[in-house]
Design a protein around this ligand. Structure first.
Ligand code: NI
Length: 138
């Protein structure tokens, strides 16, 4: 059967502050500039989750999109939408919530939940122009 790559797109709105607590205020401002402003700022994120797998003869699907949508919403969107990513989300505690770090955590959360096909990539759009892609590689 052919191998294909299926992508589901979801969106969420959240606030964050880029700040490394182990550094001085001056160094944080040097590194993160206005992204370090004390009360944070917001983004309308777009999350694209791609699953790779063979098209199943029984269904003609790689993965049932209803199931993929339900997994992404239950495991990610419900936890992060309208939240402050530095404070409100248990599985984001202790990380600097850059798009890179978010994508890595989202991979770790989703990968074991996807049992039809395999998680292939996470693409997280932080703005219209800035996108990070993670494929589970170290
Ligand atoms: Ni930001």
């Amino acid at each position: 059967m052919p191998k294909m790559y299926l992508t589901r797109r979801e969106s969420f709105s959240a606030s964050h502050r880029l700040w490394n607590p182990s550094l001085t205020e001056a160094r944080n401002i040097e590194l993160f500039d206005k992204c370090a402003s004390p009360n944070g700022h917001g983004h309308n994120y777009i999350l694209e989750v791609t699953v790779a797998g063979q098209v199943r003869g029984e269904t003609g699907y790689v993965i049932d999109l209803k199931k993929l949508k339900a997994i992404i919403r239950a495991e990610i969107i419900q936890h992060v939408d309208h939240k402050h990513l530095n404070f409100d989300v248990e599985y984001l505690k202790g990380i600097i919530p850059t798009a890179e770090n978010l994508a890595r955590v989202f991979w770790q959360v989703l990968e074991p939940k996807i049992t039809e096909g395999k998680l292939f990539s996470i693409r997280l759009h932080e703005t219209e122009n800035n996108v990070i892609e993670y494929r589970g590689e170290e």
